[in-house]
Design a binder for this molecule. Structure first.
Ligand code: FE
Ligand code: CA
Length: 510
């Protein structure tokens, strides 16, 4: 029977509106390469790691696989996958976009592993990962990279291709992994669709970004530790308020969709799965006795923008007393207490605070008029003060802050009082540029440097990431910059290198 007349026939017999038998639905088969979005690993612990992939369907982009699909995984001590130390079967469920999140336990600390997935006889590429050292290990060196802000339309991901070749234990991603909307000049490729607000739209946006082979190579080279910023959801959102969506309930539904799609596409464990519009993302990592990482979420719990009703579109404002209200929070009370507790109990050589946006104070005014950007830490000055007080009180002497969001490279001294020239420096901040996203022009960076002495180095108009080498004696941070993001391939070079000696916080003159 022709399908149409079959449905019509149901209607005629009073069964219209009932579901059709599953077998009669046109379910697209798996794509010829079901792993075309790549594989990834993340959340490196001394004995465990998370393995990730997402299956995709054949046919039109946006075609959905209709059922749960068993996926086999294996992890081995060698790249040829001969010494397999773990294997099993996971289920890729339609409800979670056929993503797979395997938490592999029972691993040995501080060593590389290789893994792959198999579905219906098709194997993924073999990818490399690495466990963290044991918490008690005396670690003499740790190398990692950090990056943020990869607007797909504005450039190619050569930076990720080069990142994949770095000698690094892991990568830190500090947010803006996707952009919910099109923007920028001189675009080299285009998003499909407009601004994302629904679950399917966010899923398709992640699928587009993850189809990039250079990004896939960086995921396949080492585990990633991830947090987010605003563009994973909506530009400049704060907790339950978005400048683009006046209705809070509708925005929370959008946030729930965005958080779900984020979880579906990141190497995060099942325990991080969102519940409605909530996803607990902030987390700690420890790499032997050398470094503890506090990975923060500065979006989900923050106070709304100060002086919101009068705030101009660029969020820069001259006078606003509300900005200095101590009741305002960037992290929310629970995360702030959790961070202070972690810093107070520190016992490593280094603290690293991995978070979204530039922490140093930046006066963006002119002449005698000071002005501050309310979406950054300057809009949450007392909360920053409390964070830096906790840093200063930590038994760990040396703290580094790693930041993203501002689409330019920076090195800055962090002080408990930014307005006192002689206030002690309590931490050293580095912003690792952007992978592709456009930011301040070099002349603007120069003007900000001239006006703000705690900003010790700035670079605009270039793209890349940062590489960090830690030892008990020093931290070396290298800014890695591609020649161009406008060509599919590009060279890379270290444009600046900084050394922070243990016990001497602050940026040494570059
Ligand atoms: Fe960004
Ligand atoms: Ca941002």
């Amino acid at each position: 029977m022709h399908r149409r007349s079959f449905v019509a026939g149901l209607g005629a017999t009073g069964l219209g509106g009932l579901w059709l038998p599953v077998a009669s639905r046109a379910e697209p088969p798996l794509a010829a390469d079901p792993f075309a979005l790549g594989v990834a690993s993340g959340r490196p612990m001394p004995d465990s790691i998370v393995l990730w992939t997402r299956l995709i369907a054949a046919g039109e982009p946006g075609e959905r696989l209709g059922t749960s699909i068993p996926v086999d995984w294996a992890i081995a001590e060698d790249e040829a996958m001969r010494r397999v130390v773990g294997h099993g079967q996971a289920t890729a469920e339609a409800r979670w976009a056929h993503s797979v999140h395997v938490e592999v336990g029972g691993l040995r600390p501080n060593r590389p592993y290789w893994y792959r997935f198999t579905v219906r006889g098709k194997a993924s590429p073999v990818a490399r990962t690495r466990t963290a050292p044991d918490a008690s290990e005396r670690l003499s060196a740790l190398r990692f990279v950090f990056a943020s802000c990869q607007q797909y339309e504005q450039g190619y991901y050569s930076a990720f291709r080069h990142m994949a070749a770095e000698d690094a234990a892991f990568a830190l991603h500090l947010g803006d992994y996707i952009y919910e909307k099109s923007w920028g000049r001189d675009l080299v490729r285009r998003h499909e669709g407009g601004r994302t607000t629904t679950l399917d739209e966010y899923r398709d946006r992640y699928a587009l970004y993850k189809s990039d082979r250079d990004l896939q190579a960086a995921h396949a080279a080492f585990p990633w530790i991830v947090t987010w910023d605003d563009h994973e959801v909506d530009d400049d959102y704060t907790d339950d308020v978005s400048p683009q969506e006046p209705d809070r309930a509708r925005f929370l539904a959008q946030r729930a969709a965005a958080y779900q799609a984020f979880w579906e596409h990141m190497p995060l464990p099942l325990s991080f799965r969102p519940q409605g519009p909530s996803l607990r993302l902030y987390d700690r990592y420890r790499f032997g006795d050398l470094a503890a990482f506090q990975v923060l979420d500065g979006r989900q719990y923050r106070s709304h923008h100060a002086c919101r009703a009068a705030l101009p579109r660029n969020k820069v404002m001259r006078a606003c007393d509300e900005r200095l209200d101590p009741a305002r929070t960037m992290l929310g009370a629970a995360q702030e207490a959790w961070l202070a507790d972690g810093l107070a109990r520190g016992s490593t050589n280094w603290n690293v605070i991995a978070q979204q946006t530039l922490m140093a104070q930046v006066d963006r005014g002119d002449g005698e008029h000071r002005a501050f950007w309310h979406d950054g830490w300057d809009g949450y000055a007392p909360a920053r003060q409390r964070l830096l007080d906790a840093v200063a009180a930590s038994p760990v002497r040396d703290t580094l802050v790693m930041s993203g969001d501002v689409h330019s490279f920076w090195a800055a001294d962090l002080k408990r009082d930014f307005d006192a020239a002689n206030a002690p420096i309590v931490a050293t901040e580095f912003v690792g540029g952007s992978i592709t996203s456009q930011g301040a022009a070099p002349a603007r960076v120069k003007a900000l440097l001239a006006r703000n002495p705690d900003l010790r180095y700035g670079l605009g108009g270039r793209h890349g990431y940062a590489q960090v080498a830690l030892t008990p004696k020093a931290a070396t941070v290298s800014f890695r910059v591609v020649d161009t993001v406008k060509e599919p391939t590009s060279g890379i070079a270290t444009i600046q290198r900084f050394t922070v000696e243990a016990g001497r916080p602050g940026v040494s003159a570059p």
